[in-house]
Design a protein around this ligand. Structure first.
Ligand code: ARG
Length: 569
């Protein structure tokens, strides 16, 4: 329930509406003083009275008997402080969570609105490596968060499937490749061919020419070239798809860069007509000096279009097709300039919706080896760590921890998969997205601290408590949940729906990760502080219901983040 607006209904101040009052209500910092407060300084001038007197006068008009959710109203130092009735708050919150179940956290704010999210956006025939972890899981989490908030969400994988490298790949394949090799070796085999092409081209520059020749064939729609090109794409997507399945990632569209081949003329012409597209050394650019940016290059001297040209066509296509209210691009901050430039070009074209394009930037990931040293990565030199390997390694390590701690556990493989993959996702969604992160196997699998396994362990603990509990049909006595530990836990559970909204507003799934971590750690404090099972039946039932509600919220939050919970571990 929305306490601030309910409390506002009790307060009458001349010239102010309920909404005005609700918007002035604040949270009390020191929870021993109350929960919500109304600062009365703001009325002193108009009412010509001291704030404390105003607070006292309002307090005397409030009838608590019509507000069972409050236990106290008090005028203190010019503030009107309200204390929520703990038993009422506990009952209200826990009942709501248990009643709504998986729907707890759902909202309608997004109804009738569309959000496009461009995320993961892998490159064909290139490794799907640890660097793609953040865009993939942040994008996936935002996708689910907006769905929860009622938006119509369109997930787009803007594939990197265009460029001269595909001509080179065809040339390399025809010279050195076989069908079986590629079918079996998948992206690695394609990468090997690509690396070999570059090595050989250093000795024999004619190869570059051959690469261009095949790329031209793709552009001209030559059947054989196109067939090979789409086969490379299929092989790449098949392998990437396995990782998406493990991470719980879905897309509504795979329209990549090549999809826009025939959609760039119109915007280029529009830019030319507006006098925005100008020639520069044979190339065509939009000058952005006025905005302190280098020119946005849209066509090279040889006529080739660029990444930015395709992004401009894609944004226009998405607006026409989906009529989005917002279009998000979950892409590393290294591409800040690219997004600023092409957003500006769209604005200069006169599209007022340019303001709805948002670059959701994030930091870099570096990997630490088992000794804690950074692993140096370079696609060009073939030093890449595939995301799939990172998942496999984490799952293997999770499995060996289970083997040590709980060798008789049933369903070890599936549990290890959920813990390992969950640990990787969690680590990517814990810090604010703009921070650079280092990935260390030891750290993500640490069972205490801010990790996926820690939260999963708490979930399994809740489950164990409920399994152990004797049958208890008594009415819960929520007045038994008044310890600081229980109260703080209930407050955290109650904040969950609000936090989802904030995470959506700020494009920051980490807010959900942090809340669920706080919930887990607070549950453990409650668990150590109070004996959950035993004693008065009504009180026991209240503690069990709180345990159930905690499980539900952990489950819901993890589902949003794309992490599977485990019943035991
Ligand atoms: N494929 C690009 C890369 O790996 C990311 C594409 C992001 N999306 C976009 N519309 N530019 O760098």
């Amino acid at each position: 329930m929305d306490y601030k607006s309910n409390i506002a209904k009790l307060i009458k101040i001349d010239g102010l509406t309920e909404n005005d009052v609700a918007s002035m209500m604040m949270n009390v910092k020191d929870i021993t003083m109350g929960d919500y407060c109304l600062p009365c300084f703001r009325f002193a001038k108009t009412l010509r009275k001291a704030p404390q007197l105003i607070a006292e006068e309002i307090a005397s008009t409030i009838d608590l008997s019509v507000a069972p959710y409050l236990s106290k109203v008090e005028a203190v130092a010019g503030y009107l402080n309200f204390t929520v009735n703990k038993a009422f708050f506990a009952q209200n919150t826990i009942d709501r969570i248990l009643k709504e179940g998986e729907a707890y956290g759902e909202d309608k704010v997004g109804e009738g609105k569309t959000i496009c999210i461009d995320y993961s956006s892998v490159n064909i025939a290139k490794p799907f490596h640890i660097g793609h972890l953040l865009t993939t899981v942040i994008g996936g989490a935002l996708y689910r968060i907006y769905k929860k908030l009622g938006y119509n969400v369109v997930g787009i994988n803007h594939l990197g499937d265009w460029g001269t490298q595909f001509g080179k790949l065809i040339s390399a394949y025809k010279r050195w490749g076989t069908r079986e090799q590629i079918e079996q070796g998948s992206i690695r085999a394609l990468l090997d061919l690509y690396v070999k092409f570059h090595d050989e081209a250093e000795k024999d520059p004619a190869l570059e020419e051959e690469g261009r020749y095949y790329f031209k064939k793709i552009e001209d729609g030559d059947t054989e070239a196109l067939e090979l090109f789409s086969w490379f794409k299929e092989v790449t997507l098949r392998e990437v798809g396995k990782v998406y399945d493990r991470l719980g990632i879905k897309f509504d569209s795979y329209a990549g860069e090549s999809f826009y081949n025939d959609k760039m003329d119109a915007p280029l012409r529009a830019l030319k007509d507006k006098g925005l597209l100008v020639e520069s050394d044979g190339a065509e650019v939009v000058q952005l000096d006025d905005y302190s940016m280098p020119p946005c290059l849209l066509r090279k001297a040889d006529g080739a279009t660029l990444y930015a040209t395709r992004d401009i066509a894609a944004a226009i296509y998405r607006k026409d097709t989906y009529d989005f209210d917002k279009c998000l691009y979950v892409v590393a901050y290294q591409q800040n300039l690219h997004f600023k430039q092409f957003f500006k070009v769209i604005e200069l074209m006169g599209h007022e919706w340019a303001k709805d394009l948002v670059h959701v930037a994030f930091g870099m990931v570096s990997l630490l080896d088992d000794d804690g040293n950074p692993v140096s990565l370079s696609t060009r030199h073939g030093r890449v760590v595939f995301l799939e390997e990172v998942l496999d390694n984490t799952v293997r390590k999770a499995r060996s921890i289970i083997e040590q701690k709980n060798p008789d556990l049933e369903g070890k493989d599936e549990i290890a998969e959920n813990i390992g993959v969950g640990a990787v996702i969690y680590s990517a969604l814990y810090a604010s997205r703009i921070k650079d992160m280092t990935f260390s196997y030891d750290r993500v699998l640490n069972f205490d601290g801010e990790t996926g396994p820690y939260v999963q362990y708490t979930y399994a603990r809740c489950n164990a408590v409920l399994q152990k509990a004797p049958l208890n049909d008594s009415l819960p006595d929520y007045s038994a949940l008044t310890s600081i530990e229980a109260d703080e836990l209930i407050r955290l559970l109650e904040r969950y729906p609000q936090v989802i909204k904030e995470a959506g507003d700020k494009y920051e799934p980490s807010m959900v990760t942090r809340l669920v971590t706080d919930i887990a750690s607070q549950y453990n404090k409650f668990y150590y502080q109070e004996r959950i099972i035993g004693g008065d039946k009504g009180a026991e039932k209240a503690r069990l219901n709180l345990t159930k509600a905690t499980m539900q919220v952990i489950y819901n939050a993890f589902e949003l983040l794309g992490i599977k919970t485990v019943d035991r571990m």
